[in-house]
Design a protein around this ligand. Structure first.
Ligand SMILES: Nc1nc2c(ncn2[C@@H]2O[C@H](COP(=O)(O)OP(=O)(O)OP(=O)(O)O)[C@@H](O)[C@H]2O)c(=O)[nH]1
Ligand SMILES: [Mg+2]
Length: 321
């Protein structure tokens, strides 16, 4: 709109001859339609939802539902087509007008309709801008490299783990929901780069009832893991073991058991009863269980070795090699 408003008044007739006045009217119509249609060329570069990985699609959809995004894009593509047709019609009308007054009237109508169509579509433009922005904010995942996802209840030590073993500079703090986004750190292996994915904590409630921050974790847990580390906090400060069991159960609903590894964290300040309970649960489920402390580093090398092996095995299966 700014470009139209700036350039429009700069147009002048070559002379006062009727032919030049008519040409001026046509140039005015051309200017407006050309600018609008040029500005809509971004539509040709928008990825359709089926071209996006479901991880990105669902994560971005927490901000702008992808169906709304694509409906807006489709709507603007139709609008652009309509404008191309109108442009041609109005050009012909101005050219064949019986008087300069009529030519001016057609031009005014052409310009007025185009601008009001754009104005009426401002919501669709905004939706697409918001969706693109949401996508740009997402962590970048390389699906040609293995992925280890870390999950657990708030304050179980997920970020502490990711910070210790990978390059990620993530925030660690004593209050719950410190992590509000999915973060990715890297670990250099011999042939591969392992992506270690830090997720927000999730509480014991059905997937449908998770809040927006927890949902980000849910999306990462669903779509990313070659291996998944589930952390229990076995200190007195942590949530009850039953609650943590329930969260693990929810995770196991969407991640195959073979990918899941349990670690009991905060062994440096562990409550022995909690350790026993959690160990028992892991045994019942037939899941491998490690005892670690992100604070002292106890047990971490062993755990990491196991996780790397698991992630690489699953990654190889995924790639069919
Ligand atoms: N004593 C002790 N404290 C730990 C250990 N691991 C983590 N902590 C502390 O527990 C608190 C929470 O750690 P984070 O790593 O931020 O936990 P998180 O799971 O990422 O938490 P959210 O992002 O809120 O879900 C911090 O104060 C850590 O310093 C541990 O092994 N021992
Ligand atoms: Mg965290």
């Amino acid at each position: 709109m700014n470009k139209v408003l700036r350039r429009y008044p700069e147009l002048r007739p070559k002379s006062k001859r009727p032919r030049d006045i008519t040409n001026l009217e046509i140039n005015r119509v051309n200017l407006v339609y050309q600018i609008i249609i040029d500005k809509m060329s971004f539509l040709d570069k928008l990825p359709p939802p089926e071209a996006m990985h479901p991880f990105y699609l669902e994560l971005a959809s927490l901000t702008v539902p992808y169906k709304k995004y694509w409906a807006s894009a489709k709507g603007l593509m139709r609008l652009r087509q309509k404008m191309k047709e109108m442009w041609e019609d109005y050009r012909a009308m101005v050219r064949s007008a019986v008087s300069l007054e009529e030519a001016a009237r057609f031009r005014r109508e052409a310009v007025g309709r185009a601008l009001s169509m754009v104005r009426r579509s401002s919501g669709a433009f905004k939706t697409i801008r918001d969706f693109k922005y949401a996508v740009a904010q997402l962590p970048s995942i390389d699906f040609d490299q293995p992925r280890l996802v870390v999950a657990g209840m708030p304050s179980s030590g997920k970020s502490s783990f990711v910070k210790r073993v990978s390059t990620a500079e993530v925030e660690v703090a004593s209050y719950p929901f410190t992590t509000k986004q999915v973060h990715v750190g890297h670990v250099d292996l011999k042939r591969y780069k392992l992506q270690v994915v830090d997720t927000p904590g999730i509480l014991d409630r059905p997937w449908e009832e998770l809040n927006e921050i927890e949902r980000k974790a849910a999306v990462a847990i669903r779509y990313l893991p070659n291996a998944l580390l589930f952390l229990y906090d076995v200190s007195d400060e942590g949530y009850g073991i039953e609650e943590q069991n329930a969260v693990l159960e929810n995770v196991l609903r969407i991640v195959p058991k073979e990918k899941v590894v349990i670690a009991l964290n905060k062994m440096d300040i562990a409550n022995e009863k909690k350790v026993k309970m959690a160990e028992e649960r892991a045994k019942e489920l037939g899941l491998p269980v490690f005892k670690v402390s992100m604070k002292t580093g106890e047990g971490l090398d062993e755990l990491m070795e196991f996780l790397v092996k698991k992630a690489l095995e699953d990654f190889a299966k995924e790639k069919g090699v």
